[in-house]
Design a protein around this ligand. Sequence first.
Ligand SMILES: [Zn+2]
Length: 133
Amino acid sequence: MNPPVSRIKAAFWDPTGARYSIPTWPWRMSPPHLMTLRQLAAEGLRPGGQGVQAQVLWRSRRHGAPGVRAAYLYDVRFALPKRTATPAQLEALAKANAARRTCPDCGLDVGYVLPRRFGVCLDCHYGPAEVAA
Ligand SMILES: [Zn+2]
């Protein structure tokens, strides 16, 4: 698939994870073997031992919560049949993921994995007006 033409989509096009620390696609452009937790659950699957493999990023203009939104993707090839995680396991996972999403400049959990190249969130790197354009 060729990179998208739209500037915002191009900003989120990073299949190798060179810019973000994990492979990243714009909304609706990720490969079919990568699925969200909800999609895995619909198949009766859970991520298994794997961590987040990739993410989808998109601009949300939803009233009250504008900004970049992320959906985390797991590789269906590593997925296992469903099993309930313990609360301690869930808490440890949530903490690890939150640390990767927290911007050192503005101190916010921005909801997506920070681009490794920038080290800060997109709003801090570009400025909100630039990204929202
Ligand atoms: Zn920031």
